[in-house]
Design a protein around this ligand. Structure first.
Ligand SMILES: [Ca+2]
Ligand SMILES: [Ca+2]
Ligand SMILES: [Ca+2]
Ligand SMILES: [Ca+2]
Length: 368
């Protein structure tokens, strides 16, 4: 059987509001997978998808309109004027952009892949894809009989964030989108457990891969921006052999425009006051927001003067305790070096030692 030549449709189809992520296993996949690459980092951005990178930043496709992003039903507001379109070269934009939201999302920041993706001709690279949309709907027949199971119409109900699986098929530059990309292909017979194909609402959705050297580490490798369909299939369908296109975030020119803007130099090994998460669960994240943080290098978000506990038993908690001049102070007890931070305390110990040594020296006069 000769199958019709697929046609790449960018922009026109993606502009349509539509459900997304057709999953061939028909599993709902609307809760995080057991080995979760960052399911809750995916949010609704209008009718499409935005992915929370961390530190207040969201990444999506450039053609997705900017707006507030809804994560697990909670709206995070677009910071006006914060968006940065990622350039492919001096005169062309890639189909990628980042922007800031407020408040920050309390999720561990994602790692963006740094190693080049392996050549799919000689390596198998499985992926987990996450996007916003409905499930696979009715099966359809597109090609001539006897094949009556060629794919699915999109369901019109149950839009939500879902995950699916696939495998990298090719690495290529998509000239019509000026975007360095990789593809997956929707294949029959479940070659991956939840073989999936993107639909319109998946623009801006995530494609995760495992780190080559550490299977415990997931990396954000791509952002979905386009899908393919043949002229003979319905516009609202996913058919076997269709491909999904994702911008390749490991491409150095893209990485270099994103990583220094979003992540502090210490990432991924930052101290609690600069790690992008709410370590003490008080609703505030890191220095500048959590009053327990003296600065980004501070060692805890919950020192004694900001931990909600009456540590010294005097009946007064945190800033109500007169010993606490600042929320970042490490002790509520008045005799423990009030106001001294960890580093200051460490310096103070040798100073006291030297002073005592002097007091014990041959000339005992004049001390104190
Ligand atoms: Ca906090
Ligand atoms: Ca933190
Ligand atoms: Ca306290
Ligand atoms: Ca107290």
């Amino acid at each position: 059987m000769i199958r019709p030549l697929p046609t790449l449709l960018i922009g026109v189809l993606l502009a349509l509001p539509a459900p997304a992520l057709v999953i061939d296993s028909l599993a709902l996949n609307s809760t995080p997978p057991a080995d979760d690459p960052g399911f809750d980092n995916a949010g609704r951005l209008g009718v499409e998808t935005g992915i929370y990178l961390g530190y207040g930043w969201v990444i999506t496709a450039k053609h997705v309109p900017l707006g507030d992003v809804i994560f697990n039903g909670v709206t995070h507001t677009l910071v006006p004027g914060s968006d940065i379109v990622i350039a492919h070269d001096f005169s062309n934009d890639a189909d990628l952009r980042i922007f800031q939201i407020t408040p920050w999302l309390d999720r561990p920041p994602l790692r963006i892949r740094s190693d080049p993706l392996p050549d799919p001709a000689t390596n198998t690279t499985d992926v987990v894809m996450i996007g916003f949309g409905a499930h696979a709907g009715d099966p359809i027949s597109v090609f001539p009989p006897p094949n009556q199971d060629d794919g699915y119409l999109w369901s019109t109900v149950g839009k939500t964030i879902r995950w699916g699986t696939n495998r990298i098929k090719s690495l290529l530059f998509v000239s019509s989108a000026n975007t360095q990309s990789f593809t997956t292909e929707f294949d029959q017979g479940l070659p991956t457990p939840h073989e999936c194909q993107a639909a319109n609402g998946d623009s801006g959705g995530a494609v995760f891969v495992k780190n080559a050297g550490n299977a415990d580490v997931w990396e954000l490798a791509g952002i979905m921006f386009a899908r393919e369909q043949s002229a003979s299939q319905p516009i609202n369908s996913a058919v076997y052999t269709n491909r999904t296109f994702a911008a390749d975030l490991s491409y150095p020119d893209y990485r270099d425009q994103i990583v220094p803007v979003v992540y502090p130099a210490c990432f991924p090994d930052c101290p609690p006051c600069n790690d992008g998460v709410d370590n003490d669960g008080d609703g505030f994240i890191d220095a500048g927001s959590d009053p327990g943080c003296r600065d980004p290098d501070w060692f805890t978000e919950a020192p004694e003067c900001d931990d909600g506990v009456d540590n010294d038993g005097d009946g007064l908690i945190d800033l109500l305790d007169p010993t606490c001049g600042n929320a970042w102070q490490v002790s509520e007890a008045p005799n423990s070096g009030c106001g001294l931070g960890a580093e200051l305390a460490l310096i103070a110990v040798p100073l006291l030692y030297l002073r005592r040594q002097r007091q014990r020296g041959p000339s005992k006069t004049g001390s104190r």
